[in-house]
Design a protein around this ligand. Structure first.
Ligand code: CMC
Length: 391
């Protein structure tokens, strides 16, 4: 029609203004509220990053203590929500459970669904950040038939999650500090990433005035796809399928073949046309965890060699395809003991911080409008209805 800009996949459309996250994809830079991701991953905690994203500044000591305390007060789930788990098949994908349970939160926490009230918005945000580890861990426990573990608020955010996932009521659970640190790093690296598909979904859902629990459930649904959060699961499955370094050339050839839909999972990014800064931190973390766990997993060798071959291959150089955050995260999570089906659930857990921060930023904007993209209609022109027996 000429009236609209046609931009399928939103490759050149900014859908909003945001003060949260800055990415320079050509240089491989990622900043949260101005702070480089590698510095946050090395020196910060997940609670501190959550505070930074939500409130705009790094917290002072007292503010951090207060925020951590507030989050810890919300870690339990309404007891009746446990019934929801029992309604799922044991082999349900954790992301299916997460979509359902998180959406259902809006039926339980009515006192934090009035989006016009900033205090209610903040309570809903705290609840979501606090309850996600419990929800994800319970999805895992249900799948393996073990009792659900209640949160232990004397532990930190990551340690508590590890205990709820791998602990059992029959014995005390020791949090391994290297694993806890790795978990924290993974959470920080996944906390936000500006207007990716799931965050845009949360914003679009929220733009209609939908309650935050429903919006985050929409984000989880979008994240599930293999081109987005599902890529970490797909990347590990691919590394396992390759199995040994001698089979790498076969897979590289497939990735380059135009007639083969196969892609190297964990490679390439819409925005990064350089090394994803998160992938660098992830590689270091993978080495530390494998060493600590004494895991001699050949897939780590496959990953490292695949990376080297791809980085030196003309096809990948020309298309600027580099490892992304998902390339090494699966190796780490698998060494810690998570089944592949949990990987995307962990991504959702961490990204909840970004989702709620972005949602709050949008709702606080007095000029906020419902998101309503236009289209270029390519269907038939007007025609007259034909009764069924005359068609
Ligand atoms: N392996 C082989 N070729 C690739 C790959 C890959 N992983 N990624 C892109 N290409 C090629 C693609 O075939 C296309 O070639 P051509 O121009 O000849 O048609 C070109 O590179 C550009 O790809 P695109 O699909 O147009 O680029 P996009 O920006 O739409 O897609 C992507 C980005 C992340 C969806 C894509 O790179 C991909 O599918 N990667 C594998 C999945 C993955 O690792 N996803 C995780 C992304 S990071 C975490 C997250 O966001 O959740």
């Amino acid at each position: 029609t000429g009236a609209f800009t046609f931009d399928p996949g939103f490759t050149s459309t900014a859908s909003c203004e945001s003060k949260l996250t800055y990415i320079d994809g050509d240089k491989g830079v990622l900043l949260h509220r101005g702070y480089p991701i590698d510095q946050l991953a090395e020196h910060s905690t997940f609670m501190e990053v959550a505070y930074l994203l939500l409130r705009g500044e790094l917290p002072k000591r007292k503010e951090l203590d207060q925020f951590t305390y507030t989050i810890s007060r919300h870690t339990m789930l309404h007891e009746q929500l446990i019934q929801f788990y029992r309604g799922f098949r044991r082999d349900a994908h954790p992301m299916a459970i997460m979509c359902g349970v998180v959406g259902a939160l809006s039926a339980f926490y009515h006192d934090s669904t009035d989006i016009t009230d900033p205090d209610q918005r903040m309570i809903a945000s705290h609840r979501l950040i606090a309850k996600m580890p419990t929800i994800a861990a319970m999805a895992y426990k249900y799948s393996v038939g073990q009792p659900f573990m209640y949160p232990d608020n004397s532990l930190g955010y990551s340690g508590n999650f590890l205990r709820m996932t791998f602990g059992v009521p029959a014995e005390p659970f020791e949090v391994n500090p290297v694993v806890e640190q790795a978990m924290r790093t993974i959470f920080i690296l996944h906390a936000d990433h500006e207007q990716n598909a799931s965050t845009s979904t949360v914003r679009l859902a929220g733009s209609s005035g939908a309650n935050p629990f429903a919006c985050i459930a929409a984000g989880i649904a979008c994240l599930w796809g293999p081109a987005h959060g599902g890529a970490n699961e797909a990347a590990l499955n691919m590394l396992r399928e390759i199995g040994t370094p001698d089979r790498i050339p076969e897979y590289i050839a497939r990735a380059k073949d135009k007639d083969d839909p196969f892609r190297l999972m964990g490679f390439g990014h819409r925005v990064y046309k350089n090394y994803d800064p998160r992938a660098k931190v992830m590689q270091k973390t993978a080495e530390a965890v494998l060493k600590e766990m004494g895991v001699n997993d050949p897939i780590f060798d496959v990953a490292r060699e695949l990376e080297q071959i791809a980085l030196n291959d003309e096809y990948f150089i020309e298309k600027k395809l580099y490892p992304n955050v998902d390339f090494y995260s699966g190796v780490i999570l698998s060494a810690i003991g998570f089944p592949t089906s949990m990987f995307t659930a962990l991504f959702a857990l961490a990204r909840t911080v970004g989702w709620v921060a972005q949602w709050n930023e949008m709702i606080s904007d007095p000029d906020q409008k419902i998101g309503r993209p236009r289209q270029l209609y390519t269907g038939p022109t007007q025609r007259d209805y034909v009764p069924v027996d005359r068609r």
